[in-house]
Design a protein around this ligand. Structure first.
Ligand code: ATP
Length: 873
């Protein structure tokens, strides 16, 4: 087996020793080793990466006749390759040449300048524009979690503490919301990685110690300890670990990390991980796509920062009426002032992602084009201010105030950076003349020498009488005078031959050589000086990170508010009234996503309140629109509390503290949980946590088991909700028996989705009307779905038999069709007490294990009754 490079330094060439040392510093990373115009990978890295990046694998002599595997990527294309490696879950360490090979004798000094990991990426091409890319750290003590998350590309840094009985669940919800690209865990808490299902990086436990954390945070945020306010020691430990990790990866001061924001989950509407998925807030459930999600339906933003903020608002609806009203008023003003909205969006369209530009500036990866982008963005601020000056909404006024203070930066960028800078910052051509006297001097000198060369051709033609004489330049020979073969006899004595061509000769003169040396050395100095000036400007801007972040944040908010206003106008939304009371009244509400997918969407009303009806039992045929109606309510509430207009004619929303959903479950095979167990666990979770201020969206509870059991559970759950919890909710079901609850208990009302029966089948009217439905029309939908006629006929026959028996499945199988004839055995009476047992069950108290045991007992009773063949006869 090949010995690893790092164990053989003495036998290696000096350069490979340098490589081995770099690799030893970061053994877990792929080391990209700069060699001229390429980044090379060696040994095991080369073998892995040639496969991942589809590169040709070659080999290289590394000393004493020994060869190792090698592959490489060109410097100009390295970003795309790094992105692929990061995507594949690799860490990448960049080992850069720290000296110019042309001016160095012997081995060029090389150093690891940066380690890139999924959570520390700042490069534009490696990040999805509209998505945040969080690096997270989690630290656990006695069931409480400290959680910190940092978006290195923008500098957004937040921390919170999750405690109490629901800490685990809250952690899962935060992970679903923040979707961290990488998560840091202390190696002593490795067990956490098993439950997180995340890309975890294990760190030394010392990185999570409070003292070390405080030291790093103090270095970053200053000795004034205000940065500690609002944070628990556990949250600070997580934040400190993040800081140490990022500093080690970036090796820069990270001046854009200006604030560690404390947040509490109680500031926002609680949406657990299941509800976030079920409501398809930012991705669809089935394919995980953006298209089809609520986010996509609202996304009229013009900038990437607006896109990311819109997503955050959707995922964190507010709970304070004043804060909601502040956003709503701003949207309202932008809705009514069409000219202002249109112009604002027009300006925003031409703006760059200022949040991430600041990050790249602070991390030292921004090039001159990025700075030109920042200049263009900031230069538009006076127009933004003009537009906002006449606006009255307090939130818009605050944003107007925040969009200021840029003039010095714009002036600096206008004076210093050329209009259209090149991508690379190492070849000059970045800095405008007039910005730096020394640079101007160099440029003047070079120009003078270049003009001398430019005039040389005419002069020499005159002096020698050779009309075809040409003065040219190439990279290998430098400047030359070219004379064709026919004229060689006219060449003067001071011409020195340099190169022979097929048709002529190339010469140099002492004077030309002198000018060439002057031009080349001045160009080198110019490139070097431009680079230094550029880095100075970038560092100056990094020191202005807090100001730039304030402006970027204001622009992101303006973009999001304007997008919500645009959606409101385009799709006819209204401003909701959001109040503290319990009533939710919606007139002619629509589903924000489905209404754009179907023709002739039918709007529906809704009324839920504590006094009259807090739980609506919704029945109706399959495909009638029940699920759509349920989700529509959740979306309208969520839109209202994020500060958006809503798809309705009128809406009053009594604040909702949590939305719970229980919709079609899927098997959680990986976790060893059946469909029904998942369904019951989710239901139990809801019944344990819902408050009178919550909103329940329950779609077909009890569907995953036998009809009797399912019905009993559904019945008991509905009762528990109205009697014990007093929670508002919608309960869609195919158990028509549940409609009886309306007359038995106050607070429950029946509605159903209307249909019209015709000779050819049924027509879905998609209209919610009072009262319960009597049939499910499942066979009708089965026919629509294309089940074979034989299956449909047989189903119809079985159904009719069961209906005649009046007791559905308890009646056992129907008589066989045709030749087999019917059996005339009597039906055994059903075991007594099943329903009572289920109804007496206190779902708040029962543990999953007890529930399973009870189910097992019930099943045994049913088995004894039906016999081994499953028949009650
Ligand atoms: N209000 C509406 N106006 C127009 N079309 C609608 C409306 N609501 C739903 N639809 C259409 O009907 C289809 C079925 O709706 P939905 O899934 O909500 O029915 P359902 O009653 O929940 O069915 P099932 O009981 O089979 O789950 C939707 O995909 C949509 O295309």
């Amino acid at each position: 087996m090949e010995q690893p490079l790092t164990t053989l330094p003495r036998q290696l060439t000096p350069m490979m020793q340098q490589y081995a040392q770099a690799k030893a510093e970061h053994p877990d990373a792929v080391v990209l080793f700069r060699l001229g115009d390429f980044y090379e990978m060696f040994a095991e890295d080369a073998v892995t990466c040639s496969r991942l990046l589809e590169l040709v694998l070659t080999s290289r002599e590394v000393g004493k006749g020994r060869r190792i595997a090698m592959c490489g990527v060109p410097v100009h294309a390295v970003e795309a390759y790094i992105a692929r490696l990061i995507d594949a879950g690799c860490k990448v360490a960049i080992c850069e040449q720290m000296e110019d090979a042309r001016f160095t004798k012997g081995l060029v000094r090389r150093e690891i300048i940066r380690v890139i990991t999924p959570g520390t990426v700042v490069e534009e091409g490696m990040l999805a524009e509209g998505d945040s890319n969080f690096l997270m750290a989690i630290c656990e003590a006695d069931g409480t979690y400290g959680l910190a998350a940092l978006e290195v590309s923008t500098g957004e840094f937040l921390a919170t503490t999750l405690d109490g009985a629901d800490a685990n669940e809250a952690l899962q919800a935060e992970l679903t919301r923040l979707r961290p690209a990488e998560c840091l865990i202390a190696s002593s808490q490795q067990v956490l990685t098993e439950t997180l299902h995340l890309n975890c990086t294990l760190c030394e436990p010392q990185a999570f110690e409070l003292e070390a954390a405080q030291q790093h945070l103090e270095q970053q945020f200053g000795s004034d300890t205000a940065w500690q306010d609002g944070h628990t020691p556990l949250a600070l430990r997580a934040a400190g670990a993040i800081l140490q990790y990022v500093q080690a990866m970036h090796k820069t001061a990270l001046q854009h990390l200006t604030y560690l924001r404390p947040y509490r989950l109680s500031q926002y509407m609680v949406l657990d991980a299941v509800t976030r998925r079920n409501l398809e807030l930012v991705r669809t459930m089935r394919h995980g796509e953006r298209h089809g999600s609520l986010l996509n339906a609202l996304d009229e933003t013009m900038t990437s920062m607006g896109k990311r903020l819109l997503q955050r608002w959707i995922e964190q609806p507010l709970l304070q009426c004043e804060a909601i009203e502040a956003r709503l008023e701003a949207v309202e003003e932008l809705v009514s002032n069409a000219a202002c909205r249109a112009q604002l969006r027009q300006i925003l369209r031409r703006m760059y992602d200022a949040e991430r530009l600041v990050g790249r500036i602070a991390c030292g990866t921004a090039n001159a084009r990025a700075l030109a982008g920042l200049r263009q963005t900031l230069a538009a601020l006076p127009t933004v201010r003009d537009l906002l000056t006449d606006c009255h909404a307090p939130r818009l006024q605050t944003l107007l105030a925040d969009c200021s203070g840029e003039s010095d930066i714009v002036a600096l960028l206008e004076q210093s950076i050329v209009d259209e800078p090149p991508i690379t910052i190492r070849d000059g051509g970045l800095i405008r003349t007039g910005y730096d006297a020394a640079l101007d001097d160099l440029i003047r000198k070079t120009d003078r020498d270049k003009q001398w060369v430019a005039r040389l051709q005419a002069r020499e033609r005159q002096r020698t009488g050779i009309k075809s004489l040409k003065v040219g330049f190439n990279q290998v020979f430098g400047y030359y005078i070219e004379v064709s073969k026919a004229n060689i006899h006219l060449v003067p004595a001071d011409y020195q031959r340099k190169q022979t061509l097929t048709n002529g000769e190339r010469y140099i003169t002492d004077k030309l050589k002198e000018r060439e040396t002057a031009i080349l050395s001045a160009s080198e100095q110019r490139v070097e000086l431009e680079y230094t000036l550029f880095v100075d400007i970038r560092e100056h801007l990094a020191r202005e990170a807090a100001l730039l972040q304030r402006i970027a944040s204001a622009l992101a908010q303006l973009d999001t508010l304007a997008a919500l206003a645009e959606v409101a106008v385009l799709y006819n939304y209204v401003k909701p009234e959001v109040g503290e009371g319990a009533a939710i009244h919606i007139r002619q509400g629509r589903h924000p996503v489905v209404e754009r997918m179907v023709d002739g969407f039918v709007p529906n009303d809704l009324a839920l309140d504590h006094e009259h009806q807090r739980l609506t039992i919704l029945t109706g045929p399959n495909m009638a629109g029940k699920s759509t109606y349920l989700r529509q309510l959740a979306h309208i509430v969520l839109l209202a509390q994020m500060g958006s207009f809503v798809p309705a004619e009128q809406a009053h929303i009594g604040l909702v503290d949590r939305i719970f959903t229980r919709v079609g479950a899927v098997d959680d095979i990986a976790a060893g949980r059946s469909t029904f167990l998942v369904e019951m666990s989710e239901t139990a979770h809801i019944l344990h946590h819902a408050t009178p201020q919550s909103l329940l969206i329950l779609d077909e509870i009890g569907k995953g088991t036998s009809t009797f059991e399912g019905l009993s559970i559904a019945w008991a759950v509905a009762l528990y909700i109205v009697r014990r919890l007093g929670t508002r909710g919608l309960f869609a079901t195919h158990y028509h028996e549940l409609t009886a609850l309306e007359t038995l208990y106050p607070g429950i009302g029946n509605f159903h989705m209307a249909i019209r029966e015709t000779d050819d089948g049924i027509i879905f009217l998609r209209q919610m009307v009072p009262g319960g439905a009597s049939k499910s029309y499942g066979l009708h939908v089965a026919r629509l779905a294309g089940l074979p006629t034989e299956v449909l006929d047989e189903s119809a026959r079985v159904l009719s038999y069961l209906e005649q028996q009046g007791t559905q499945p308890a009646a056992g199988p129907p008589p066989m069709n045709g030749v087999h004839g019917a059996t005339s055995e009597p039906i055994k009476p059903a075991p007594t007490g099943l329903t009572e047992q289920l109804l007496s069950l206190d779902l708040c108290q029962v543990t999953p294990l007890q529930a399973l045991t009870l189910l097992h007992q019930l099943q045994q009773q049913v088995r004894e009754w039906t016999g081994p063949g499953g028949s009650a006869r």
